[in-house]
Design a protein around this ligand. Sequence first.
Ligand code: GCV
Length: 734
Amino acid sequence: MKKTYQRRRRTGALGLVCFAFALQLLAVSNAKADDGYRLWLRYDHLPANVSKDYRPRVTSFVVQGQSPTLDAVRVELSGGCERLLDSAIPFANRIDGDGALVVGTPSGSPLIDDLGWGRQLAALGPEGFRIRSVKLGGHNVTVIASQGEVGALYGAFYFLRLLQTEQPIDRLDVSQKPRLQIRVLDHWDNLDRSVERGYAGRSLWDWDALPGKVDPRLVDYARANASIGINGSVLNNVNANSKSLSAEYLQKTKAIADVFRPYGVRVYLSARFSAPMELGGLKTADPLDPEVAAWWKRKADEIYKLIPDFGGFLVKANSEGQPGPRTYNRDHVDGANMLAAALAPHNGVVIWRAFVYDAKPGYDRAAAAFDQLQPFDGKFAANVLLQVKNGAIDFQPREPFHPLFGAMPKTQLMLEVQITQEYLGQSNHLVFLAPLWREVLDSDTRVKGPGSTVSKVLDGSLFGQRLTGMAGVANTGTDRNWTGHPFGQANWYAFGRLAWNPDTPSRQIADEWVKMTLTREPKALAVVTRIMLESREAVVDYMTPLGLHHIMWGGHHYGPAPWENKFDRPDWNPVYYHKADLNGIGFDRTATGSNAVAQYSPEVRAVFSDPAATPEKYLLWFHHVPWDRKLRSGRTLWDELALHYQRGVDWVRATRKEWDALAGVIDPELHAAVKRKLEIQERDAVAWRDACLLYFQTFSKRPLPPGVEPPQKTLEEYKAKSILEIDSLNQSLR
Ligand code: GCV
């Protein structure tokens, strides 16, 4: 007998699921405009803003089996399809007409079991799925099948994405499986709900209210992650507080894990290395001390009793003041493997961060992680992954790929990227990060000949690593639109799509996101997609062109401060990185300098060692270059630098105009929010151009070339205050 799913009684996790969805729908129906809460899961009625000939048909849902994940499938499909297709679609126990959507697993659904797809589904694994248009019982139907329920949920989201992006659904033959296993968001969230490098409000985790009260918003967070295949969340900051591992806080973490579980999102915790002392009262946290190892083992047992699918520990050790094995004259392997032994019986993993650098005089920070970790290749336990940032410094607008990729063939490397735009204008600048991440993923390490890309290191195809993964430092918070800047959502989305398949083109990601989030109107779609694809290069132009890096204001890292030299640690000062002087500018990392280039394979090293062969986008990363050196354009370095800064400003101005022209097409509230942000972005781009050129001009002693506008303020004015404090724009518009 047919019945609509809404009429059924629901309890427990499903209750929360439905409550959140209902809240969301309510928000939609009450909203006069779009506040961005629904992310890319807007499911707006298709005929609005869509080509007239797109008429997909879904007549019923046949989802056999009972579980919270299958309930989530039902809620998503019925809510999504009904809104997209503007008709109530019934649930059925059997196929009784064309257009049925059959979803499930062979073990839960006799209909799917009968298809005999066992071998294909096994090859795709529990997170993979198959979607096919088939004839069943004489009817044309669509089947979404997976070996696992989470795979079926991913398939349902995939199907909804097809609808949202106006793809045909009548002749489907799709097989998908994730290329990387661990696809995790790293939240730098503190227990007081502040977020380190967070620009979108407070932490989503209300630790004080947990475990008694769980914010229904966490369901929408999990849904959003599942919709793009993210399967893990590290809940707390890598600058960790031991309290997160206390019995009291583990109960809170359990409550979150229970909400995430139906969506296939596992929780992880950052583990403070000194927790055995702070929580356990031990005299040491020496990893080779048997009492310390026993403490961690007991802690792991306690965690898994509460959270059987707990992912594992993320560890920032001996970095920026965090404790670690080196505190006890032990090494990274001693520390990581001791924790790994505690987690191994439960199939948990240790994600050990490679973001380590010592403060030594005359030392090149870019060489530090390699020097400290590469010698340990092949020594880490089977359940340890080494998490390596995309570049060797720190999430800059542009960095060459980290030399550890390609240099540790016997170690399981994970990529860490930063979704929150710490150094890229935070939640004020429109910067689509997929092109930045793609640049790293596509970089050729050359270690096994041409085509030895970072993405092949990561997915195990180059060196055969067993565990694979990618982490993104989250940009989410309690802001109603989740990410502060409406376009910040696109970066969360892009992270998920690239972690699922590191070869996904940036253009495809942008196109999907715009269609699902902003508009399907073809002209507007083309404009917005192009803006997104250009935006990263524009930010590089107005912040750090030609390989410059880390010249942001110290501390908050917002805005320019190339003159800064106030920190005791030389490698926290911009002057350390650009090394401008009367002769030229840039960090010599060749054999005549720090020789960090030696960390790359011979083929890559040869390119980066030669200023004529080095791609100009990395020129000043590797070379100290005379101001008058002629670049490929025929212009001098100084002129080229100045023109890049101007080009960045010009791009923001042009983008503002293009955005203004979209006023009638984009939702008014979203349009206005982005418009305000672009105003700040122009103010900042101008400040970047002026401050950097005025300062570097004190060394170059050359005039600005034609085409570069005169500065709006003096160098002294820019030096006096960071642009966060310059004027009231921040207060009125942030
Ligand atoms: C969590 C940079 C950031 C820090 C961050 C650190 C890290 O240095 O500025 O806020 O600390 O990276 O990745 O551990």
